[in-house]
Design a protein around this ligand. Structure first.
Ligand SMILES: [Zn+2]
Ligand SMILES: [Zn+2]
Length: 348
């Protein structure tokens, strides 16, 4: 008996959930990727500047047999264990209640620095600007082919980072993913009703309020009013900007300063390198006018009351609704009190 869905389900694809009307990305075969995250876990293990066993360090070999160049700034390559591939089947297939869509895309890795022992929070401001420039250039390039360009970083084993070398990722795909589609709809609705961008109005309302963590003239970082994770933060550009490539040089410099301050505060909060997932939400490509969409980044750290107490989304949160214990206002106060300054240079 032939499977009518097989035309797309043998490649990376999305499946529709008929019960919740959401989608799930299915990229089978990814679990064979190398895991170097546990190397980070050893207590008191100061990392070396160069690790001969790291597949991201300059000059080292990778799992697919290629060799990294002797790079001295940033280095971008296509993920050897990509969850999305450009040659995947496309289009939608249906079998009764079962709906699947092919999802052509690509996954790239960005090494922030040749130094194995650094983190984004410990990079010089000029080096962070160089990372922002790469995010922007990659967005322009991938946006010419794909609808959604997701720039993100997982830091720390707790967030599933498979290697402690400072690096981020970019996944670009054909569909508007679940989170992006939700935020697109709310921003579109607000813009249609008011003529304003939702997050610019939000930034004005939050400025000088109890949830502000870091601010400068171009950027506002708050623990959002509706935050779910204990120390979740939202980074908002204060002038109308849809995507990273639109940022002027001064906005990139002030972003590097704001991110450095935020990550420094996060590390100091529990005197420990703060695990997080951070990523940018920028206007989708190829959808016509994007005046409703405001560039912003989310930072989601899993820690609750200390470096060793993690928050899990289980029970009521998994089955009914997400829930938090400390208030967003208290979380913002603790991040402000944690003080700015340089983040620790090494995980230890
Ligand atoms: Zn390395
Ligand atoms: Zn968002």
């Amino acid at each position: 008996m032939t499977d009518p869905l097989a035309a797309v389900t043998s490649d990376p694809h999305r499946r529709h959930n008929a019960l919740t009307d959401e989608w799930v990305l299915v990229s089978a075969g990814r679990t064979s990727r190398p895991w170097q995250g546990s190397r980070e876990a050893a207590a008191g293990d100061a990392r070396p500047r160069y690790d001969p066993a790291c597949y991201l360090c300059p000059g080292n070999g990778r799992a697919d047999g290629s060799v990294n160049p002797a790079y001295d700034g940033t280095f971008v390559f296509t993920n050897d264990f990509a969850a999305l591939r450009p040659d995947s089947a496309s289009g939608r297939v249906t079998d009764g209640l079962l709906v699947a869509e092919g999802e052509p895309g690509t996954c790239r890795v960005i090494c922030y620095s040749p130094r194995h022992d650094l983190t984004m929070g410990a990079l010089d401001q000029a080096d962070v600007v160089r990372v922002i420039d790469v995010w922007a250039d990659q967005t322009t390039e991938l946006g010419s082919t794909f609808r959604w360009v997701q720039v993100f970083e997982n830091r720390g084993e707790a967030m599933g980072a498979s290697n402690p070398h400072p690096h981020g990722q970019i996944w670009a795909g054909t569909a508007l993913p679940v989170e992006a589609a939700r935020e697109d709809a709310t921003q579109r609705r607000h813009h249609a009703a008011t003529g304003h961008r939702l997050l610019l109005d939000y930034a004005v309302q939050e400025a000088t309020g109890p949830r502000v963590v870091v601010e400068n003239k171009d950027w506002l970082i708050v623990v959002p009013f509706w935050a779910v994770w204990p120390f979740e933060t939202l980074v908002i550009a204060r002038a109308p900007v849809g995507r990273l490539p639109e940022l002027r040089a001064a906005q990139r410099a002030s972003l590097a300063a704001a991110l450095g301050e935020l990550l420094g505060r996060c590390d100091r909060l529990f005197d420990s390198p703060f695990p997080y997932s951070m990523g940018w939400h920028q206007a989708p490509f190829g959808d016509g006018g994007q005046e409703h969409w405001q560039l912003h980044a989310h930072l989601y750290p899993p820690l609750l009351r200390s470096a060793s107490i993690r928050k899990f989304m289980v029970g009521y949160e998994l089955l009914a609704e997400r829930q938090r214990d400390i208030s967003p206002e208290e979380a913002a106060r603790r991040l402000r009190d944690a003080g700015a300054g340089m983040a620790p240079a090494v995980d230890s």
